[in-house]
Structure formats: structure tokens, C-alpha cells
Design a protein around this ligand. Structure first.
Ligand code: SF4
Length: 421
């Protein structure tokens, strides 16, 4: 794998809050299901949360001080199970440790059944200015099949609460997540879901394809033949419908799964796809401050043991600029292709020090490799950029990516690899 010295200073931080009421049937995230104890301000659930937050604060203390943060994303799990005071204390800690740039984007993931108006106002008072609502579906039967705890009326109420704060200018923006390509999903039903999402007035929509992960209830049901995913034909129809309905409503697709009205793209999301670094803290969280990824242990006990070893023996090299291994160009190509802007050959040439002739030769080789995709209008070259056509190319992005990576591997390593300065 080719490594190059390409680093953009980290100005973003992700905090993982692993607690949920229960595990949804499709979820393989690093979560701690607390059952009915979740959300209570006293008792065993709150003790579990408090002791985890102490670990999280300890981990933030360990990080080298760096540039002030421009974005913070508190995700999970269900971070809205925390109180506004707990969220405020985490933000305050990040602010005092790293500093915040003027007008930072501070996002909190919220679950429809886990907060009320008072808590919402509390979150905004401690600095949260963007909310990401995990709706997944407006249909009760679907929510039940997904193993979600909330009902459609919870989601509608949550949308109304958030929208009223947005209209009043108390948050800068908000996002709604939906899941598509679910077992048994039909076109008409999905159209109905999209229309409800648009009616919710969310200025940003994340539409994820359901993926069946190992060890989940969904995988078990799939193996037993109890559920099946939509055929490729239906899946393409569902994707096309999503794209056309959202575009007609003014949304631009700025990444494979993300759509936004003008001015409402997520600054934090763009960090992941731009090659910039980010800090991350918490059980199961993945950081990449200087290009090299580091995934923390996924269980509470192993995370605590890991944290103690960091405190005792020193930080993992990936967290220290001088020691980290730079990002692989494979990763850079993958993230570049996911974005609407695509891959810039000028930037790529700078990173790997191609001269003009090298750049043109390698571009020509790529055009030959991608001939069938270009001819059939899946991808486009415009100026120095290669990008996926939307929606055709985006739907088959993984197949195109394989060809791009094969092209990359076929290049003479000597002509593309420059040592880190
Ligand atoms: S609420 Fe989200 S993080 Fe928690 S179990 Fe369900 S899908 Fe996973």
C-alpha cells in the first residue's frame, strides 16, 4: 500500500456515547444496551453512564493540544440519553483543551424517543447548534421490524420540536436519517417515506442503504430465509426514486448517502471525506488525526484497560504527529470518489509529485481502464476531475472503485511514491 506525507491538521472531534435502550436488529455498533434504566437520572443506568463519562474525560485530557476545533460530533449509541449538563461538560472540556474556532459546528445525535422539549432546549443552551435525528422510518410496522424503540408518532413529534427551534433561529441546521432498501420494501411505500421526510422540513437528509452485518438479528433471519433484501432491480428503482424526489425538492446530493438544501451540508461529514484529520474519543471510536486510523476497543472493560495503558505507557503513535503513518492513497481515492467533487488530478499530482507528463500519462491510463464506465455515462472527466455521475455512477460506486484501485496498483510504484518529507 502506498503511503504519502499528506496531512491536514485535525480540526474536528468525534465523541462516542455508546448507550442505547436496546440493540436494534440491524445494528453492530459499539453500544451498551441499558434497557429501561437508560435515561433515568439516578440508579444503575446513570451510574454506568457517569463512570463511562469519567473515562471519556480522561481520554480527552491525554490528547496532544492542537488547532482549535471547527466541528464536534457527539454520536453513538444514543447521546440524547445524556443530560444537557453532561453534554455541556464534554463540550466545555473540548473547548478548554483544544479551543474552538469562531462559529464551530457542534452536532448531537438524537433519538426520537429519548428527549423532550426541556432537554432539547437544554442541549442548545450548552452550545449544541446542529441536531441529527435518527428517524429511520415513519412507518410503525417497519420500525417494529427494525427493532427500533420509537414509534412513528415519536418521530413526528421530534421533527416538530426540532423544526420549531430551527425556525426560531436557535439551531443552525438539522438532519434526519432514514433507511432504504429494507427487506420487503416496496416502491410506493418508500415514496411515501420520502414525502414525509420532505414534509418534516429537515434541511439535510442522510439516506442509508440497510446493510446486513455479521452477528445481528437481521443476519440470523436472513440466513434462516425469514427476510430477504430487495432485488438489484428494485434496489436501483428505490435509489433512483430517492435521487429524483429529493432533487425535485431542492436537495443536492453531496455524498453518496447525504443530501442537503443549499447551505446545509455537514461540515463534520465533509472532514471524513476530504482527507483532513480528526480526533475521536470513546469506546469503539476511530480517530485519524494525522492520517493513520486507530479504532478503540469496542467493549467498556477493554476500553478502560486500553485507556489505562495509554496513560501508563504513552499515547498510540497515530495520535502524535511526528510518529503517525500518513494516510494511504488508496484511502484518499476511496473518500474522493464518494464525494460529488470527485478526485482532482491536480491535487493527486501534487501529493505524489507527478510532473505534467506523468500526470497526463497516468490520466490517460485511467481513462482506458474506465472506458466502459465513461462510454456508458457512469463517470465523467471534467478538467482535472474524475467524478461519478449522479445517480448512475453513485449506484455502482463500489464496482467503479475497484477499477480505480486496480489502475492505481498497476502504476509503477517508483513513479508515484514520494517519501514523507
Ligand atoms: S439506536 Fe442506533 S446505535 Fe443504538 S442500537 Fe439502534 S441503531 Fe444501534
Amino acid at each position: 500500500m502506498i503511503k504519502v506525507g499528506f496531512v491536514i491538521r485535525p480540526r474536528s472531534a468525534y465523541l462516542h456515547i455508546p448507550f442505547c435502550h436496546r440493540r436494534c436488529f440491524y445494528c453492530d455498533f459499539a453500544v451498551v444496551p441499558l434497557g429501561d434504566k437508560a435515561g433515568r437520572r439516578e440508579g444503575p443506568g446513570s451510574n454506568t453512564i457517569n463512570s463511562y463519562l469519567k473515562l471519556l474525560h480522561r481520554e480527552i485530557d491525554l490528547a496532544p493540544k492542537g488547532s482549535p476545533l471547527s466541528t464536534v460530533y457527539i454520536g453513538g449509541g444514543t447521546p440524547s440519553l445524556l443530560s444537557p449538563e453532561q453534554i455541556g461538560s464534554l463540550l466545555q472540556h473540548l473547548r478548554s483543551h483544544f479551543g474552538f474556532q469562531p462559529d464551530p459546528e457542534l452536532t448531537l445525535e438524537v433519538d426520537p424517543a429519548s428527549f423532550n422539549e426541556k432537554a432539547l432546549i437544554g442541549f442548545l443552551k450548552v452550545g449544541i447548534n446542529r441536531l441529527s435525528l435518527g428517524g429511520q422510518s415513519f412507518d410503525d410496522e417497519t420500525l417494529e421490524k427494525l427493532g427500533r424503540r420509537h414509534k412513528s408518532h415519536d418521530l413526528l413529534r421530534a421533527c416538530e420540536l426540532i423544526e420549531s427551534q430551527f425556525s426560531a433561529g436557535n439551531i443552525r441546521t438539522w438532519s434526519l436519517d432514514l433507511l432504504q432498501n429494507l427487506p420487503g420494501q416496496e416502491i410506493n411505500e418508500w415514496e411515501n417515506q420520502l414525502n414525509k421526510a420532505i414534509e418534516s422540513s429537515a434541511p439535510h437528509l442522510s439516506i442509508y442503504d440497510l446493510s446486513i452485518e455479521p452477528g445481528t438479528v437481521f443476519q440470523w433471519r436472513l440466513n434462516r430465509g425469514e427476510i430477504s433484501l430487495p432485488s438489484e432491480e428494485i434496489s436501483i428503482e428505490i435509489n433512483n426514486l430517492t435521487n429524483s424526489i429529493l432533487k425535485k425538492s431542492g436537495f443536492a446530493r453531496y455524498e453518496i448517502s447525504n443530501y442537503a438544501l443549499p447551505g446545509h451540508t455537514s461540515r463534520h461529514n465533509r472532514v471524513y471525506w476530504s482527507g483532513a484529520g480528526w480526533w475521536a474519543f470513546g469506546q469503539g471510536a476511530t480517530s485519524s488525526p494525522w492520517g493513520e486510523r486507530l479504532a478503540r476497543p469496542r467493549t467498556r472493560a477493554s476500553y478502560e484497560t486500553w485507556l489505562k495503558s495509554q496513560e501508563r505507557d504513552g499515547l498510540h503513535p497515530s495520535m502524535i504527529k511526528e510518529k503517525a503513518i500518513p494516510m494511504s492513497l488508496d484511502d484518499k481515492l476511496i473518500v474522493g470518489l464518494r464525494r460529488r467533487e470527485g478526485i482532482s488530478f491536480n491535487k493527486l499530482s501534487e501529493i505524489v509529485s507527478w510532473d505534467k507528463i506523468n500526470k497526463q500519462d497516468n490520466m490517460n491510463l485511467l481513462k482506458i481502464k474506465l472506458e466502459k464506465w465513461i462510454e456508458n455515462d457512469y463517470i465523467n472527466f471534467y478538467g482535472d476531475r474524475l467524478f461519478l455521475n449522479d445517480p448512475k455512477g453513485m449506484e455502482v460506486s463500489n464496482k467503479i472503485l475497484i477499477d480505480v484501485l486496480l489502475w492505481w496498483e498497476s502504476l509503477e510504484t517508483d513513479s508515484v511514491c514520494q517519501p514523507t518529507p
